[in-house]
Design a protein. Sequence first.
Length: 504
Amino acid sequence: MEQAALFTIFGGTGDLAQRKLYPSLFRLYKKGNLAEHFAVIGTARRPWSDDHYREIVRDTIKDLAPTDEEAQDFSNHFYYLSHNVNDTDHYDQLKVLADELDEKYGLQGNRIYYLAMAPQFFGTIVNHLKSQEILTTTGYNRLVIEKPFGFDYDSANELNNQIRNVFPEQDIFRIDHYLGKEMIQNISVIRFANNIFESLWNNRYIENVQITFSEALGVEDRGGYYEHSGALKDMVQNHILQVVALLAMEVPTSFSNKSIREEKVKVLQAIRRYDSEEVLQNFVRGQYDTGTLDDKNFVAYHDEPNVAKDSLMETFVAGKFLIDNFRWSGVPFYVRTGKRMTEKGTRINIVFKQVPVNVFNFEQEEADGEELPQNILTIYIQPTEGFSLTLNGKKIGQGFNTDPVKLDFRQSAEVTENSPEAYEKLLLDALNGDGTNFSHWDEVANSWEIVDRIRNTWDQTTPGFPNYAAGTMGPQCAFDLLAKNGHEWAWQPDQWYRERGKLD
Ligand SMILES: NC(=O)c1ccc[n+]([C@@H]2O[C@H](COP(=O)([O-])OP(=O)(O)OC[C@H]3O[C@@H](n4cnc5c(N)ncnc54)[C@H](OP(=O)(O)O)[C@@H]3O)[C@@H](O)[C@H]2O)c1
C-alpha cells in the first residue's frame, strides 16, 4: 500500500545513502509502497544542484534496470540542500523546503529523518529539528539512525539522552541491518513454528550453540574506523548479541514489537556479567598476519592503509556467553567473528546432546573408531540462505553401522536474488512504524554493559599480535576455547583447503 512521507537524509552524498538507501527506496517505489506521495531531501555540505543529485540517484539504481521513465519519475522526487549540520541557519532553509514539499506531494506531515552520518552529529541534528520547528505536529516524526550507537555504555547513554530529549523511544529506529536479513528473521519461524525444534530448545537437549560471522575480506579502506572499533565493538556488541537474544529468548506472548523486545531484553539481562578473570578465560582475540590461501597472498593487518604498525586492535574475537536462566543454564553460546578468515559466512550451529546411550557403539567403534556424530541444526544466514539438519541413519549393508545424513534446504539463487534487501525491509518497517527489527535502547544498553567488561579487561593486557595467518579460521586459542569443554567448532572451512594443500 502506498505510504506518504518525506525522507530527509542527512549524509545524502555519502556511501551508505548511495549504495543502500537510494536503491532500497527505488525498490519500494517499484513495488508501489512509494508512489506519488513521497519526497526525499538529501543534505550534506557539498554544493550540489537538484539536477546533479538526481543524476547521482539515477546512477545508484541503474543495476536495478529501471526504464527511462521510471528512473526519471523516481528521481524527480529527490531534492538537494547544501547544509552543514552545525549551522542553525541551514535548518531554517530545510524547514522551508520540507514544508513546501509536504504541500506539493500531500505528505500529511509524515517525516522520516535518516541520519546517515557519523554519530557525533546526531545530538546537534535532533536538537535543531526541534528548536527550528522542523518536526511536524500533524503527522509522525521518526528518526532512523545507523550504528555505531556510542563506543561504550557511557557514550551510548549520553547519545540516547540527547535523542530521547526530542524523540520518544517508539519513534527511534536504531538500525542493525542484520535484523533485516531474511534468515535472521527466519530464526523465529524455525523455532516457533516447528514443534520438533521448540520442544528441544533448552539445556536438556542442546549441548552448545555456535554463532559464526566470518569475513574473507580484510579491513580494506576502513582502517581508520576499525582502529577505533575492532571486531568486538564492530560485531559482537550489536549483530552477534542480537542473534544470541533471538536464539535464546522465550516464546513471546504474541509476535508483536513489544513482546519480542521484552523477551530479548530478558535474555540480555540473563547473560552472565564476567569479572576480569572470567573474561580472560572465556574470550580470546586475534589479529591477522600475512597469509596465503589458494595461491593468493594477503598482507598483515598492521600493513593495511590507515592502520598503525604497532596496532593492538583485534580483527578477530571468539568467546563463550553463558545465560543464567532456567532454559539455558550450563549451555555455552560460542561466538566468533573476524576478518581475513577462510570464507565469508554467517551461520548458526545448534549442537544437540548425544543420545544417553549409544546402542550402536560396539559396531560403530569397530567400524571406524569414531563416536556417533551429534545432531546439528545449521541456519545459514549468508551468503547462502537456508538450514540443514544432520541426523544419523543406517549405513547400507550388513550390521548396524550408522551414517550421518544431512537434510539440506537452501534457498535457490533466484529466490535469494529477488528477496527484499535488508535496507528495503527496514525502510518499509520504519514507514509502517514497526520497530520489531530494530534495536531498542534497553537492548543496546545491556549489550554495552556486557561488551565493556570484555574491552576493559583487554585494555589492561597486551596481546601477542599478530596471532593468526590471513585465510585461516582464527588463532589457536579460539579452538582451545571449545576444546577445554570437550567441544569443537562445527564449521571449519579451513580444513577443506588444508586437505587440498591450498592452506598451510
Ligand atoms: N557505508 C556503510 O555501508 C555503512 C554501514 C553501516 C553503518 N554505516 C554508518 O552510517 C553512517 C554514514 O556512513 P557512510 O559510509 O555513508 O559515511 P560517508 O560516506 O563518510 O558519508 C558521510 C556523510 O556525511 C556528510 N557530512 C559530513 N560532515 C558533515 C557536516 N558537518 N554537515 C553535513 N553533512 C556532513 C558527508 O557529506 P559532505 O562531505 O558532502 O558534507 C557525507 O554525505 C556512519 O555512521 C557509518 O558508521 C555505514
